[in-house]
Design a protein around this ligand. Structure first.
Ligand code: EPZ
Length: 425
């Protein structure tokens, strides 16, 4: 019996084409939103991820009819669902917290096990629960789960602002609890992450009346019911960013498909602002976004922020790129100030880095060498794959299951670009 791991032969140059899959963080709340109607919803471009498989199973356990209707397409009908999601499946992922808002909105009741998800530091849900309470729900938190109950939901004014910016899944939850409430709900300091707009677009297709998309203030006019719809999940901006960073590291070139100039403008302003030389090394050409290796990258000064700032979900990956810069870099994470559990693994591979409070300081020109490391979360796992592709010799990454949670067929896509890696399990 082999401990599951991925063995990566480093120093390969990468070239070729890869296609970006559907967005995990858009798909997960959208799946929860199918609970808001008794009619079928058909979803396309749903990525094949373990987090998605777990969310689909959570819907089945609630009594929804979940049917595959083609590659990455699902029909979900929540005609007869109950509201008890106290089960181990729900504990595997953070986004299961979105079941609370959808069940409360549709059934005025919910019991959901406390969400799991990557260990990035504190991950409270106080903003979610405060929103539910202000809409009229009684909130109870017995050990291990959250229980909501009310006879009616009444529109009100909510704020999703926490100590480190708006809450993304908190905003999704507030919207889903408000769409069928009586009256109008104003959600101030709403998350402006693009995945929220995707959710709101699908809800509006179902008959919801949500305005202010991308503005930071969402206005939700309650309606009596929602009907089914079909919806296509947008591309995953974090997967795209991960492959673009890989291209800056080893691209000769890497050609990323599935993006449009508009998508890059909407999703990558903060990213390109943080990497001054990026625009000279990556551009649309011949129907794909072509990314070339940056040989003499100036030191980076990155600060993660809520959208439209540099996304925290690319923090580990950009740190690997920064380790190769010709001068020192620093990477500050203001969203998850403790999101540095991967630094000991980075150091084992030769990355010269140290953490001070919420900031990672990186020396220039780190020479990466082989080693055995363990992924500590989904994005850190992807960053360790990038480091292994850079390193001399063979690198073993344990807990590759983290990567499977958020990157569809990641190893196959890397192999298609010329990376030499093998999954052992
Ligand atoms: C979502 O997590 C994403 N996950 C995360 O992606 C992403 O890193 C994060 O948003 C920030 O963009 C999904 O969408 C499934 P938050 P979420 O609520 O919603 C604090 C990945 O790799 N906060 O926006 O859980 C919180 O502690 C994952 O795909 C409160 O204080 O994050 C954090 O500091 C990792 N109270 C900040 O707000 C609350 O009630 C942002 O958290 C909720 C959050």
């Amino acid at each position: 019996m082999v401990t599951p791991c991925c063995v990566i032969q480093g120093r390969t140059s990468l070239r070729g084409d890869i296609a970006i899959s559907g967005s995990k963080n858009a798909a997960l709340p959208i799946l929860a939103a199918t609970l808001l109607t008794d009619q079928p919803c058909v979803l396309h471009n749903v990525p094949e991820l373990t987090d998605v498989a777990n969310m689909l199973e959570a819907l089945r356990l609630l009594g929804a009819e979940v049917i595959s209707v083609g590659p990455r397409s699902w029909s979900i009908c929540a005609k007869d669902v109950h509201t008890d999601a106290r089960n181990p499946v729900v504990q595997h992922l953070r986004a299961s917290v979105c079941l609370l808002g959808a069940l409360l909105g549709r059934k005025r009741s919910a019991s959901v096990a406390m969400p799991g998800g990557c260990k990035l530091g504190a991950r409270p849900i106080d903003l979610h629960l405060r929103a539910f309470h202000r809409l009229g729900a009684q909130v109870h938190q017995p050990t291990g789960y959250v229980s909501l109950q009310t006879d009616y939901l009444t529109g009100t004014v909510l704020s999703m602002l926490g100590p480190r910016g708006p809450s993304m899944t908190g905003t999704s939850n507030a919207v889903m609890a408000a769409v069928l409430a009586k009256g109008t709900t104003v959600i101030r300091h709403a998350s402006r992450e693009p995945e929220i707009a995707s959710l709101c677009r699908m809800l509006n297709q179902m008959g919801a009346r949500i305005t202010g998309l991308n503005s930071g203030t969402l206005i939700v006019k309650g309606v009596p019911f929602l009907h089914g719809t079909s919806f296509t999940v947008p591309p995953d901006r974090i997967e795209a960013g991960t492959f673009i960073i890989l291209g800056y590291l080893r691209g000769t070139p890497v050609r990323v498909h599935g993006l449009t100039p508009q998508f890059l403008t909407e999703n990558f302003q903060g990213f390109f602002d943080a990497i001054p030389s990026a625009r000279r090394h990556s551009f649309f050409h011949d129907g794909a976004f072509e990314v070339h290796r940056i040989e003499d990258l100036p030191g980076l000064d990155i600060c993660t922020l809520p959208y439209p700032g540099f996304p925290t979900d690319l923090q580990p990956q950009i740190s690997v790129l920064a380790s190769q810069a010709i001068s020192a870099s620093r990477v500050r994470d203001t969203v998850f100030p403790q999101r540095f559990a991967h630094i000991p693994a980075f150091r084992r591979l030769g990355i010269q880095a140290k953490v001070e409070h919420d900031t990672l300081h990186l020396a220039p020109h780190s020479t990466l060498h082989s080693g055995e490391v363990t992924a500590t979360d989904l994005r850190a796992g992807a960053a360790l794959y990038l480091a292994g592709i850079l390193a001399d010799g063979s690198t073993t990454v344990f807990r590759p299951d983290y990567v499977d949670r958020g990157y569809e067929h990641f190893e196959e896509k890397l192999q298609k670009l010329g990376a030499e890696l093998t999954r052992l399990s």
